[in-house]
Design a protein around this ligand. Structure first.
Ligand code: A2P
Length: 259
């Protein structure tokens, strides 16, 4: 299946993990010859009452991986996620094979540090990017943030980062270039608060060492519309220019889709 393929296909579910009462991840067996860039999303879904119900989902696994991994919230009464959360190994989902997205290395200019700012399931494209060796060819440092209300919601990200350092090959490539800051807003933890508030105060500089700087920092942002707007405003104020696939820049944004 090639990138331009827009037809509906089926994928077999190989693994399901429920992380919290409101989040779960699942993996599917990757179709032969399917190519995508780490950070991109595809349309996936189910046939429900004779209709294809599809939503955009970031591929949470990197582009070299044999599995497609997705990380989802469970929306009570949500047309798709209320059904998707019942998936079991061996079930099939439907899939439109055209990967797209702006949270890709190609949409950023060369830089030294890559900041990945996410809230909730917005971490999904970044668990792809932090496992892609190309990211570490392009950047000397990769700094991932995930902000959630509670500590238990950070587990998917923590486990993914841990898995990098358990992998012989990847841990050698990533080495000490990756840092992860899981932060909570409604429960005390090691790092507390919204990162937008850190950036508006001195806290970001205190934790990271220096402020965002367009000459060497590149930024990807994924979360709710309100979160994106706030981060975008901060980036623009600090002199960063928004990029896209056709015109790479200093920062790129994308909505965390299913809500
Ligand atoms: P807060 O608890 O202060 O609202 P949600 O579960 O509502 O999607 O939020 C996920 C996380 O994103 C929460 O920790 C929330 O913080 C944080 N958040 C929500 N809106 C923003 C924003 N505009 N900027 C930064 N973080 C945000």
């Amino acid at each position: 299946m090639q990138k331009e393929n827009n037809a509906l296909n089926q994928l077999e579910v190989s693994k399901v993990h429920h992380w919290t009462p409101s989040t779960f991840s699942f993996s599917c067996i990757r179709p032969d010859n399917f190519r995508f860039r780490s950070g991109e999303f595809v349309m996936i879904g189910l046939n429900i009452d004779g209709k294809s119900v599809l939503r955009a989902y970031s591929i949470a696994s990197p582009n070299w991986h044999e599995e497609f991994e997705f990380y989802s919230i469970k929306v009570k009464d949500g047309p798709l996620t209320s059904k998707l959360q019942q998936l079991k190994e061996g079930d099939r989902i439907i899939f439109r094979g055209k990967p797209v997205g702006t949270l890709v290395n190609d949409a950023l200019l060369e830089g030294k540090r890559l900041f990945l700012f996410s809230t909730g399931t917005g971490i999904a494209p970044f668990t792809s990017i932090i496992r892609d060796p190309e990211t570490y060819e392009k950047f000397n440092e990769v700094i991932l943030f995930q902000t959630c209300r509670h500590i238990n919601e950070l587990e998917f990200g923590k486990r993914t980062v841990e898995s990098i350092f358990k992998d012989d090959l990847l841990s050698e490539i990533v080495s000490d270039k990756l840092r992860f800051f899981p932060t909570t807003t409604r429960e005390p933890s090691q790092y507390h608060g919204r990162v937008t508030d850190w950036l508006k105060s001195k806290k970001f500089e205190e934790v990271i060492g220096n402020d965002l700087n367009p000459s060497e920092d590149r930024v990807m942002i994924c979360g709710s519309i309100a979160m994106l707007n706030e981060f975008k405003e901060i980036c623009l104020q600090k002199g960063l220019v928004e990029g896209s696939n056709s015109s790479p820049g200093h920062f790129v944004i994308e909505k965390a889709f299913v809500d």
